[in-house]
Structures are given as C-alpha cells and as structure tokens.
Design a protein around this ligand. Structure first.
Ligand code: GLU
Ligand code: ZN
Length: 301
C-alpha cells in the first residue's frame, strides 16, 4: 500500500513553528516514500474559522516549498457526511443527548470525597449525568439537532468488532505507533474497555453549535482521503484511542500513527495559536528564508 499522509490545520490563526514542523515532516516523509502528501482544512468550527487564515495557510505552505498532491479537502463541505455517520451511530443506540454545561460537569465530577476530577483527552472525564436520564429508544425518534451528543463508551465497547476478545481480558483494541514524541511509546499500543472507561469516558461527537466534533470528522476525513499514515503532534496521542474506537464502529481502516515531538518556546512551553512572535508570517517578514525555518525546527535537508 502506498504511503499517504496529510497536514490538517484549522484556519483559526496563523501557522507557527509547530505547524511548520508538522507539515514539513509529513511532506518529507511522503516524498521519501514516493507517496502522497495531502492538505485538509479543518474548518468544522465555523464560529472560529476565517477565510483570511485559510488563505494564509496556502501562502505559508507554498512559501515553505511544500506542494500537495490532490485537491484540498475542506470540512465545511462535508457536513452531510458527518451527519450521516451520526445518524448511523444514533440508530444503533450508541449516542445520547447531553444538556450539561461546563459547570454542571465540573461539579458532578468533583464530589468532595473523590478529590480532583480526572482529566481525559477532552478535559474533565464526563461523569455520565445524562446517560441514564429516561428517554425513548433512539430508533423511535429522530436524532436531535442542535443538542450535544455523547458516545456511550460502555455501549460502544460491547459493539461487534471494536474490542477483539482475548483470554483474561474484556477484549483489546490496538494501533501502531511510530512517532518520536517525548513520552510516546512505540510499537503496538493496546487498550481495553476498562482503560477507555477510566481514561476517556463518554466523549462529545456532536456539539450543540456544530454538526460534528473533531474526533468524528478526523476519522471520516482520514478514511476519505485514504490516509495510511497520520503524522501529527504528540498532544493528540491520547485522543487516538477515541479515533480507533470510532474507526471500528464506522467500519473504517486504522492508519499507522506517528505522533511527533512538539516544538516548544525557550521556556519549554508549547507554542499557542496566538503566538504571533513565532508565526511563519512573522519570520518571513523579518527576512528569514524557508531553509532558516527548516533549520529552526531541526529538519534541514
Ligand atoms: N486540526 C488539528 C490541529 O490543527 C490537527 C488534527 C490532526 O492532525 O489529527 O491541531
Ligand atoms: Zn449531560
């Protein structure tokens, strides 16, 4: 199978050195493998995405000397695909509406005797408040729009093909990790339903104001683009188990993952979207060249 990877920025601010590292690394890996490098604009959150940031992404990447092999995929043009996947999960009773706000969740998750609430890849692990509220079986009513929907992880773990039974466990799911990020284990990463219940919980797959969540769109888009190798920052390693579960539920292939090291500032802090000082545009305006940027992120030719 040929190597196909992608760079998937959100047009919510300028690309900075961390994005440059991610894009150049993925691009160079694809070129070295004789494979394809694709671009996807993750503009599912229409309240934050701006056309001028999208234009700057094209400009910055071209300036860096990166070319992509197929037409750009834009999430805002795929909302019907996300809706169809939500309908499928809804009809299988794997989703439930959640009306909690952040404060409700924080309060329910931090009962005094339990100490600080546990954090998962999406923030506080959802304490399950809305899961057991009485309601009609899903297949008897249409999927509600403009309501947050959560994945019932316990239910998902029971679905065929998500966890493969293995003696002495409640089943195992896995993905292959080849990244170089700090603290990222390499090789076959296995996890069980207990791990997922404890570390992740019922994640949001549709937001009240948005017809899908990052987790849902990323698995559908990677599959639609035929991605064999996902190259992205180590900060997304923990979310990968969510992605594997969704791939299994939706009958999609699981790519190989390369969670790479994060570019940090001189104080060791991760670069933030708003860090204009390290925006590629700023370096360009200060007279740096694309090879200077490669040198700054440790990816010289
Ligand atoms: N859109 C995400 C970001 O800009 C990247 C998601 C991914 O690579 O899976 O952080
Ligand atoms: Zn709720």
């Amino acid at each position: 199978m040929t190597f196909r990877t992608r760079f998937a920025p959100s047009p919510t601010g300028p690309l900075h050195l961390g994005h440059a590292y991610s894009a150049i690394l993925a691009h160079d890996m694809a070129r070295a493998a004789g494979g394809a490098f694709l671009l996807r604009i993750e503009d599912i959150d229409q309240t934050r995405a701006k056309p001028e940031w999208e234009d700057l992404i094209y400009y910055d990447l071209s300036w860096l000397g990166l070319t992509w092999d197929e037409p750009v995929m834009r999430q805002s043009e795929r909302m019907d695909i996300y809706a169809a996947a939500l309908d499928k999960l809804w009809d299988r009773d794997l989703l439930y509406p959640c009306t909690c706000n952040r404060r409700d969740i924080a309060q329910a998750a931090s009962a005094p005797q339990e100490g600080a609430p546990l954090l998962g890849p999406d923030g506080i692990i959802y304490p399950g408040t809305c899961r057991s509220k009485p309601r009609m079986p899903n297949h008897m009513c249409a999927r509600p729009k403009h309501t947050a929907l959560r994945l019932n992880m316990a239910q998902a773990a029971l679905a065929d093909d998500v966890f493969v039974p293995r003696l002495g466990t409640a089943g195992v799911a896995a993905f292959e990790e080849k990244g170089n990020g700090e603290g990222i284990p390499r090789g076959l990463i296995e996890f069980t339903p207990e791990d997922v219940a404890h570390d992740i919980g019922d994640v949001v797959l549709a937001r009240r104001d948005m017809g899908g969540s990052y987790h849902l769109s990323v698995v559908l888009d990677d599959a639609a683009q035929g991605i064999t190798n996902v190259v992205r920052g180590a900060d997304l390693f923990d979310a990968t188990r969510i992605h594997v579960i969704l791939q299994r539920l939706l009958g999609l292939p699981t790519p190989v993952y390369h969670h790479h090291r994060l570019i940090r500032d001189e104080n060791g802090k991760r670069l933030a979207k708003r860090d204009d000082a390290r925006a590629i545009r700023t370096y360009r305006e200060e007279g740096l060249t694309p090879s200077d940027i490669r040198a700054l992120v440790g990816l010289s030719h």
